[in-house]
Design a protein around this ligand. Structure first.
Ligand code: NDP
Length: 447
């Protein structure tokens, strides 16, 4: 239910952004949570803070022409949505996936505002990407695409303006090509212009691992708050990309057993626990599909094509692939199968009906904004190291990440308590993230 002051705001968002269903969903989820904050702080409504937050500060859409290995020309569309800079330079990743359109980039950019605010670090919210499909493309094609993408993007970004990073389809390799082109065009070694860089050219320790590790730390805190831990728990992780792999790694270190993971072709079940070295070899090194993992693992694992990984019973579910991957039916299955905690490594992976089912069943539910904030937090630490021309050790960086995740967890719980919704991490994350941005916007005047 929406607060009476928020219904017209939401209607206006629907009217002004037709067809952008993921963006509508992300806005609605935040507006449903922040009603109580408006009651306590009438100044937010008086200054039209919510209306302002729902409208990006700037949206850039551009043509990305590139040539494949056979000499054929392709045209893709590039996006950068600079959503909110009240707390710092716009910060958020780039996604390369054929499903990308303005509505996806805006949903991700909107979520990013509150996530970045929750980290307590000086970063605003933005997001970008392209409908380019990297699957099946050669290394040189990927390089040419990244160079063409940056040839337009460079004029909109900068270490004090807008700092992109990776997301789906954009990992260390792509960030390298993007940074290389930025450096070439501008003639500046501006390390802080993009994060997720390789360690040899300004990257930070633990950035590769940060989103997955951070999500495992967050769920560990949720479990501790309920008097339990990962030790001996059966866990399912969806996806097998950057976030999934490092979620699995940290859960294994914390004593959990990850029995299944997936990609868009299907899922693998491995009851003895995923063999992480083999998974990394198949997905990170050879860039193959998960069925290859099952084949190489012999009889220990099986591949189930074209089905949802959420049919595998588990005590902890870590959706780490993409948006809207857990339906209401999946949530029911998970609850029936004994699931007690969900940590969203992906952005908005649980559909609203699923969130309701988890919360009504008393499942500890950690929304992406809070649970996967470790990635962007470590990106902000990368910017900090770039600015001071310093580099921290792996151990120190991981300790900082763990502290940040503990702090976010604590603030979500404390805010949920303060507003009379104990244990509701969705409300806690939305209200806490919103308030910091709203207060900065009030203080900055009509921006
Ligand atoms: P990757 O590209 O490394 O991996 C994505 C994984 O999800 C792959 O296994 C991919 O399978 C699967 N996947 C993607 N789209 C779909 C789809 N439509 N249906 C089924 N499976 C799909 O991306 P990341 O690991 O970086 O990102 C995963 C999620 O985490 C995203 O929601 C992203 O926004 C979020 N996130 C990422 C952060 C980061 O630091 N990278 C930070 C915070 C959130 P396939 O290869 O078959 O497509």
């Amino acid at each position: 239910m929406l607060h009476e002051k928020l219904s017209p705001v939401y209607d206006n968002v629907l009217r002004r952004n037709p067809g952008e269903t993921e963006f509508h969903q992300a806005v609605r989820e935040v507006l449903e949570s922040i009603g109580p904050a408006l009651g306590k702080h009438p100044e937010y409504a008086e200054s039209k803070i919510i209306e302002r937050i729902c409208e990006p500060e700037r949206q850039v859409i551009f043509r990305v022409p590139w040539e494949d290995d056979r000499g054929e020309v392709h045209i893709n569309r590039g996006f950068r949505v600079e959503f909110n800079s009240a707390l710092g330079p716009y910060k958020g990743g780039l996604r390369f996936h054929p499903s990308v359109y303005l509505g996806i980039v805006k949903f991700l950019g909107f979520e990013q505002i509150f996530k970045n605010s929750l980290t307590g670090l000086p970063i605003g919210g933005g997001k970008g990407g392209s409908d380019f499909d990297p699957k099946g493309r050669s290394q040189r094609e990927i390089m040419r695409f990244c160079q063409s993408f940056m040839t337009e993007l460079y004029r909109h970004i900068g270490e004090h303006t807008d700092v992109p990073a990776g997301d789906i389809g954009v990992g260390g390799r792509e960030v390298g090509y993007l940074f290389g082109q930025y450096k070439r065009i501008t003639n500046r070694y501006e390390s802080g212009v993009i994060t997720g860089k390789g360690l040899s050219f300004g990257g930070a320790q633990v950035r590769t691992e940060a989103t997955g590790y951070g999500c495992a730390f967050f769920v560990d805190e949720m479990l501790k708050a309920r008097g339990t831990s990962f030790d001996g728990k059966r866990v399912v992780v969806s996806g097998s990309g950057n976030v999934a792999i490092y979620t699995i790694e940290k859960i294994q270190q914390l004593g959990g057993t990850v029995v299944a993971c997936s990609d868009s072709s299907g899922y693998v079940v491995d009851d003895q626990g995923i063999d992480l070295a083999l998974l990394k070899q198949v997905k990170e090194v050879e860039r193959l599909r998960v069925d290859v993992y099952a084949k190489r693992r012999g009889g220990a694992a099986s591949f189930v094509p074209g089905r949802s990984v959420w049919e595998v019973p588990c005590e902890v579910a870590m959706p780490s692939a993409t948006q809207n991957e857990i339906t209401g039916r999946d949530a029911e299955l998970l609850v029936r199968g004994g699931c007690i905690a969900v940590g969203e490594g992906a952005n908005m992976p649980t559909m609203p009906e699923g969130v309701r089912i988890f919360q009504e069943a008393g499942v500890a539910f950690g929304p992406g904004k809070a649970a996967n904030a470790g990635g962007v937090a470590t990106s902000a630490l990368e910017m900090q190291q770039n600015a001071s021309r310093d580099s921290w050790t792996f151990e120190f960086s991981e300790r900082r990440l763990a502290e940040i995740m503990r702090d976010i967890h604590g603030r979500c719980l404390a805010t949920a308590d303060e507003y009379g919704m104990p244990g509701n991490y969705v409300a806690g994350a939305n209200i806490d993230g919103f308030k910091r941005v709203a207060d900065a916007m009030l203080a900055l005047g009509l921006i």
